[in-house]
Design a binder for this molecule. Sequence first.
Ligand code: TYD
Length: 133
Amino acid sequence: MNYEEVSIPTICHESGMLSVIESGIDLPFEFRRVYFLHSLAEGAIRGGHAHRALHQLLFVPSGSLDLSLNDGNTSITLTMKDPTKGIWLKPPIWRDIDKCSKDATLIVLASDHYDESDYIRNFDDFKQYCESK
Ligand code: TYD
């Protein structure tokens, strides 16, 4: 499966925790874009796509959500709720996001700028793409 769990270096203090990710140091790729999902509606379903070349690190600093992954053959659902654990998605991998708690925030560090042509938004196209690789 084209994903890996990454521990986010965290400095613990009695007043709170500080987690930090340095591009190219704590992650095996340099990130050029940060985006985040927040203020999610109850029952929100996100994702529903794969990328051709983009690497991403996903982490959930607050709340929880389910991240379902599919590599064209097998699938797995991960419940994300630990702010110190990220999921590194390596292309190609299909992702669906649901079961978001009301306070869920998802931050994504992406290896490149936004490019719609890097998306595969149809699951059958994704399976064909995987088979052709
Ligand atoms: P999408 O990546 O499909 O979001 P999600 O996986 O969270 O459901 O993007 C949703 C919309 O936002 C889509 O119209 C493209 C746009 N978008 C940008 O313009 N820039 C970005 O960096 C991202 C991630 C999305």
